[in-house]
Design a binder for this molecule. Structure first.
Ligand code: 5AD
Ligand code: FES
Length: 367
């Protein structure tokens, strides 16, 4: 079957996805054109913002790829005071960003639970309930997720990182606490509680195959996610996985593969929110804008206060670490207008998929 016929199908088989991931030249152009068309038809040439506050880089985990892993001693650990987090949220509110995303290293404790609950309440207060709130603070117990949901958080991002369990094991330490099953259970709990649930993977990892990536997309479809954030894997020199660099495709190829993953996902799940990941910008200065053109509809501009940004270094060459929140706003505006897209201010920009899923549930509560 030709690529044109594959693209026209209602559902993709694993082999179809692999063919699309391997497309080059005119076939790849066709894939990108079709995904752009789908986005434009359903969503418009639009982008919504989530002001990203990386409020702490303290992490209990030791993932083999991540620069803020617990055992990396080569960085300054920080934990923003509440006032600074709230003033970043106020910046998002004053600049009509529509939503904020609170992200940190993974920590589980009673004090973290209460702190985040309080922050969510305060952000609602300072914005009169108008700022959307996304959390991305890792694996937690269902009761904790529920507390935060009741406090007013309504979206949660928890990347599964790799859906092939054996690949997952290769990129995480083996001491029982880094359990693939728990991560899946967390995603399920988030969905059951009623969050708009987002997940995602890294693309171009050591040991990863095209078949794995096809499996990732099938998983997202099957799981019925509302949002996806996926980006290229980029080595961090102070991590164990970096020693596999020589076996990896160049960054430009990982970038290209990420765009294809986004385009295919847009064809498979037409109405979900797809983030143009910051890691794309680490490889190509207009990487996020390229992703927006072919199907992404969410950007997460960094609004972490300047002095801390450099320490939230998940991978090498992370962009914008020396900029301020205001710099990022002006810069994004200019770039997106070049990409022929408009930023929608003052709106939540919820996933249409989520709305439909919720309405479907009301009509058929057993589903
Ligand atoms: N390259 C790309 N993405 C990374 N992340 C962590 N380390 C890296 C890396 N080296 C991503 C993970 C995590 C998100 C916050 O950052 O997918 O979920
Ligand atoms: Fe951060 Fe451009 S988006 S400086």
């Amino acid at each position: 079957m030709g690529i044109d016929r594959i693209i026209e199908q209602d559902a993709f088989a694993r082999n179809d996805i692999i063919r699309l991931l391997q497309s080059e030249g005119p076939d790849k152009e066709l894939l990108f054109r079709k995904s752009a068309e789908v986005k434009e038809k359903l969503i418009g040439k639009k982008v919504w913002l989530r002001g990203l506050i990386e409020f702490s880089n303290i992490c209990s985990k030791d993932c083999l790829y991540c620069g803020i892993r617990r055992t990396n001693k080569n960085l300054l650990r920080y934990n923003l005071p509440d006032e600074e987090i709230l003033s970043a949220a106020k910046f998002a509110y004053d600049n009509r960003y529509g939503s904020v995303a609170l992200q940190s290293g993974e920590m589980e404790s009673r004090s973290v639970t209460l702190r985040i609950e309080n922050l969510v309440r305060k952000i609602r207060e300072l914005s009169g309930g108008t700022l959307g709130i996304t959390l991305s603070v890792g694996e937690q117990e269902p009761e904790v997720y529920k507390r935060w949901f009741d406090a007013g958080a309504h979206r949660y991002l928890l990347r599964i990182e790799a859906t092939n369990e054996s690949l997952y094991r290769k990129i995480h330490p083996h001491n029982g606490r880094y359990d693939f099953r728990r991560r899946l259970d967390c995603l399920k709990a988030l969905q059951d509680i009623g969050y708009q649930t987002g997940t995602g993977v890294m693309i171009g990892l050591p040991f990863q195959t095209m078949d794995d990536l096809a499996g990732d997309l099938l998983f997202m479809n099957e799981f019925n996610i509302d949002m996806c954030g996926m980006g290229p894997y980029i080595e961090h020199a102070d991590t164990p996985l970096a020693k596999h660099s020589a076996d990896l495709p160049p960054l430009s190829a990982r970038f290209d593969l990420t765009l294809k993953m986004i385009a295919i996902l847009r064809l498979m799940m037409k109405d979900i929110n797809i983030v143009a990941a910051t890691a794309l910008q680490a490889i190509d200065p207009v990487g996020r804008e390229k992703a927006v053109r072919i199907g992404a509809n969410i950007i997460m501009p960094n609004i972490t206060p300047g002095p801390y940004r450099d320490s939230y270094r998940l991978y090498d060459n992370k962009p914008c670490t020396s900029d301020s929140a205001g710099d990022c706003r002006d810069c994004l505006e200019a770039r997106l207008s070049l990409a022929d897209h408009e930023i929608v201010y003052g709106e939540w920009g919820d996933s249409i998929h989520y709305e439909k899923r919720r309405k479907g549930k009301q009509q058929n509560p057993d589903k």
